[in-house]
Design a protein around this ligand. Structure first.
Ligand SMILES: [Zn+2]
Length: 219
C-alpha cells in the first residue's frame, strides 16, 4: 500500500479522533458512542474519493473499542501519510527572486511532512510561504503589519486562535494584470507565525489555495 493520506487529511483524522475521545469522556452510553463512531467514520471515509479495500480497512475506526486505541490507530496511519515535495533552495530563490536579502530555511535535514513550507525572517518581519498547487510551486511573501492590539486572532489556514505574538496580521501584495497607478493590490489575513505548528493543525487547503490564487493572480 502506497502513501495515500495527504498531511492535511491526516490532521483532519487526528481532529476527528479528538472528537471521538471527547465522546468517550462525555458518556458511557454505548449507543451514543457507536453512533458517534459511525458518524466520524463516515466523515473520515468521505474525504477520500477512491479508496481500495485495503485502505478502507486501515482507516476504519469501528474497530476502536476503547479510547486507549486511538493513539495506536493514528500511529498506524503515519507511514501512509505524505507531505508536499520539498523544493530545492534553487527553486525557492527563483520563486522569491524579487526579495532582497532573502534568507532561506535550511532544508537539508527537512524530514517532517508538510502541507506547505513556511518560514519567518525575524530581521525583515516577513513570513514566506511556498506550496505546490496543481504541480506548480507557488509562493507568497507576507509582511507583518505592526498594530499592537490585544485582540485574539484566528489563523486563516488552521483556524487556531491566539494572541498577536502567535498569530499575526499580515499583508501580501497581489500580482495584477495591470501596471501603473492604481494597480497595487494587497490582501490581509491572520496567520500563525510558527509554520511548523500550523502544519500540524491545518485540516483543509481550501483557504490556503484561495489566498495563494489571489496573491498570484491565478484563476
Ligand atoms: Zn495556522
Amino acid at each position: 500500500m502506497n502513501a495515500f493520506i495527504k498531511k492535511h487529511e491526516y490532521n483532519y483524522i487526528k481532529k476527528c479522533m479528538e472528537d471521538l475521545n471527547n465522546a468517550y469522556k462525555g458518556t458511557s452510553d454505548t449507543n451514543i458512542i457507536e453512533a458517534t463512531k459511525s458518524y466520524i467514520c463516515d466523515k473520515i471515509l468521505n474525504i477520500f474519493p477512491n479508496l481500495s479495500e485495503e485502505e478502507k480497512e486501515l482507516l476504519d475506526i469501528t474497530k476502536i473499542n476503547d479510547p486507549l486505541y486511538i493513539d495506536s490507530y493514528l500511529s498506524s496511519l503515519k507511514e501512509y501519510v505524505y507531505g508536499m515535495q520539498i523544493p530545492t533552495t534553487a527553486q525557492l530563490s527563483k520563486l522569491f527572486k524579487k526579495e532582497k536579502k532573502l534568507k532561506l530555511p535550511n532544508l537539508d535535514k527537512e524530514t517532517s511532512k508538510k502541507v506547505y513550507l513556511g518560514w519567518f525572517d525575524d530581521s525583515t518581519r516577513k513570513l514566506f510561504v511556498a506550496y505546490n498547487m496543481m504541480d506548480k510551486l507557488v509562493g507568497m511573501t507576507c509582511t507583518l503589519t505592526s498594530h499592537s492590539s490585544s485582540n485574539t486572532h484566528m489563523c486563516a489556514l488552521c483556524n487556531r486562535m491566539g494572541k498577536e505574538d502567535e498569530i499575526a496580521f499580515v499583508s501580501a501584495i497581489c500580482k495584477t494584470n495591470y501596471t501603473g497607478e492604481g494597480a497595487y493590490k494587497s490582501i490581509g489575513f491572520d496567520v500563525c507565525i510558527d509554520s511548523e505548528k500550523c502544519n500540524e493543525r491545518i485540516t483543509s487547503t481550501k483557504k490556503l489555495e484561495e489566498i495563494l490564487k489571489e496573491v498570484n493572480n491565478l484563476k
